[in-house]
Ligand binder design. Structure first.
Ligand SMILES: Cc1cc2nc3c(=O)[nH]c(=O)nc-3n(C[C@H](O)[C@H](O)[C@H](O)COP(=O)(O)OP(=O)(O)OC[C@H]3O[C@@H](n4cnc5c(N)ncnc54)[C@H](O)[C@@H]3O)c2cc1C
Length: 242
């Protein structure tokens, strides 16, 4: 299949209110995904939890744009994104399969004023799959501030091999729940209220991130524990075109 966004690397730099981002680093730490490290011109400092919009433009002028959470901390000179490749996906397949180091992308951000962590208040982070990305920014920020004690993190994935940033999450003390294989003494199973109860502390704000189905289920678990709806912030990684 031809990729409509196949880059014409002779094009002039992009201008306008969108920012130019050069791909300074690219890794594929787990299958079906790509980690991009972007050098964004005139970068504004983000807060952990915020996202960027990436816009692709085909040579015929057709554009597509999608949101991607920032994994890097505000102190990192580069903006790190982690993109899961969805079969048939317009933007994620291009980013995962076609983009190379040195390529220039258009980005807008940082965006999002609700799903952000201030680095100073207790937070309970609950993620499914690629939903871990904004929590990596929170963990890295907390580590830099020496305040990892403020974060409680629970993540769910199908297998450990499919969990982005698995080593970093484990090092930060995250509870890792796998639905398709055992993890330590824990058999394969979905996240439950019993898993979240020991992580729950008064005064926390909960952050839930993942697919719409995961976000809904995790939100219900937190409400079932007695958490107030206004203390639960949800980011759904659903379709985000437009
Ligand atoms: C605030 C926000 C932050 C996000 N952060 C990330 C991130 O850090 N990493 C990341 O990989 N994605 C993230 N997403 C999702 C991302 O924006 C795109 O939706 C995703 O990359 C698919 O885009 P696509 O163009 O490849 O697929 P599309 O061409 O839009 O869709 C292809 C097919 O996949 C379905 N689909 C679209 N998006 C999803 C999805 N997320 N899950 C399951 N099915 C889907 C569509 O319904 C369609 O059937 C985020 C979304 C939002 C709203």
């Amino acid at each position: 299949m031809t990729d409509p966004f196949a880059p014409d690397r002779r094009r002039p730099p992009i201008t306008g209110h969108w920012h130019t981002a050069t791909v300074a680093g690219l890794r594929r730490p787990i299958p079906r995904s790509v980690q991009l490290r972007l050098d964004v011109v005139d970068r504004m400092e983000h807060m952990p939890g915020q996202h960027y919009v990436v816009r692709l433009t085909a040579p015929d002028g057709y554009t597509a744009q999608r949101s991607y959470s920032v994994a890097s901390s505000p102190g990192d000179p580069l903006v790190e994104l982690f993109v899961e490749r969805l079969d048939g996906g317009e933007v994620s397949t291009h980013l995962a399969d076609v983009v190379e180091p040195g390529d220039v992308l258009e980005v807008r951000g940082p965006l999002g004023g609700w799903f952000v962590w201030d680095g100073a208040t207790p937070a309970l982070c609950v993620a499914g799959g690629t939903g871990v990305v904004p929590f990596i920014a929170m963990i890295r920020t907390a580590r830099e501030l020496g305040r990892l004690d403020l974060l409680r993190v629970a993540v769910s994935a199908r297998t450990l091999a499919e969990l982005p940033y698995a080593d970093e999450l484990a090092a930060a003390g995250a509870l890792i729940v796998l639905t398709r294989e055992a993890h330590g003494i824990r058999p394969a199973a979905r996240l439950t209220a019993v898993d979240l109860l020991p992580l729950w502390e008064p005064g926390q704000t909960a952050y839930v991130c993942g697919s719409a189905g995961f976000a809904d289920a995790a939100g219900q678990l937190l409400l079932g524990l007695g958490m107030r709806a206004e203390d639960i912030r949800v980011e759904q990684f659903g379709p985000s075109g437009g």
